[in-house]
Design a protein around this ligand. Structure first.
Ligand SMILES: [Zn+2]
Length: 278
């Protein structure tokens, strides 16, 4: 039987939030797009939600928001049933959600994306929210590339679309939706190039997926989640300890009180960074 998660806004009632709210929220952003015959259209949303839920455990009392199941998937539209937001729509959706949260005292937002088309749109939202409200928006994306580095020598993590590691993540987080019985293997996609050329994914992988989904496993998915939790979790704890400033990872530089935002000193109409004023 499904259980209620006290960190998920979608699971709570007003009663649960009456005694006090949250200062930090986590927004999972996925996609609805083609992943071959062997993985569901929700593959990226499943991954974003699983990673967000695990990272929220590393943050002290963060609220996990309902997952955004649509992303910027214009490069996937050559395959049927992929659904895409325009880049500017995704940016506006993130801004709208974040501005709603400000009214309830949430000034710190971690956005967890599991789809490559999303981060540029989220970054635009993050810069706007910080400039306008002093809200701090941290963005986590690229779970495949990071876990590939973290687990090198232990697991053969790939960066393929619809490949081994997305199969592993789905077998771990939503096994009832994976169809390993329909999987077959293709060459892995190569990512070692110095210049990004943006266009339809059909120019990259004619089948709409690549890699070796038949080699995916729930055990690999669990290893990915734990490696991300340990590595990203350590960073998030440091971020919290430093009051969620974008200088959190710089050592040896101390910002003295009053030096943090020169605009506040100058009496600008803009609120000081991190003040959370609307
Ligand atoms: Zn995917």
């Amino acid at each position: 039987m499904a259980t209620r998660n006290p960190r998920f806004l979608s699971d709570l009632t007003a009663f649960d939030l009456r005694e006090g709210g949250f200062q930090t929220a986590v927004l999972p952003v996925g996609a609805t797009e083609f992943h071959g015959d062997h993985l569901p259209f929700s593959t990226d949303t499943i991954a974003a939600t699983a990673i967000a839920e695990r990272l929220a455990q590393e943050l002290d009392g963060a609220l996990v928001l309902p997952s955004l199941a649509y992303g910027m998937s214009l490069h996937m539209m050559n395959w049927p049933w992929s659904l895409s937001l325009r880049p500017e729509t995704l940016t506006r959706v993130v801004v709208d959600i974040a501005e709603s949260l400000l009214a309830y005292g949430i000034t710190r937002l971690l956005v967890v994306s599991a789809h490559d088309g999303n981060p540029p749109c989220i970054e635009n939202a993050a810069r706007e929210l910080n400039d306008r409200h002093g809200m701090v928006v941290a963005i986590f994306g690229g779970w495949q590339g990071l876990s590939q580095r973290l687990l090198a020598g232990e697991w053969a993590i790939d960066q393929d679309h619809g490949g081994q590691s997305e199969m592993s993540m789905t077998l771990y987080a939503a096994p009832h939706l994976a169809r390993p019985d329909l999987a077959f293997d293709l060459p892995q996609q190569q990512f070692d190039y110095p210049v990004e050329v943006r266009g339809s994914f059909s120019n990259v992988v004619p089948h709409g997926f690549s890699g070796t989904p038949t080699k995916g496993s729930a055990e690999e998915g669990a290893a990915i989640i734990e490696a991300l939790a340990e590595h990203v979790g350590a960073f998030l704890k440091n971020l919290e300890a430093n009051g969620w400033t974008n200088g959190s990872w710089m050592s040896g530089i101390t910002i003295r009180e009053g030096e943090r935002d020169p605009r506040a000193k100058a009496g600008s109409r803009r609120p000081a960074a991190g003040s959370g004023e609307l």
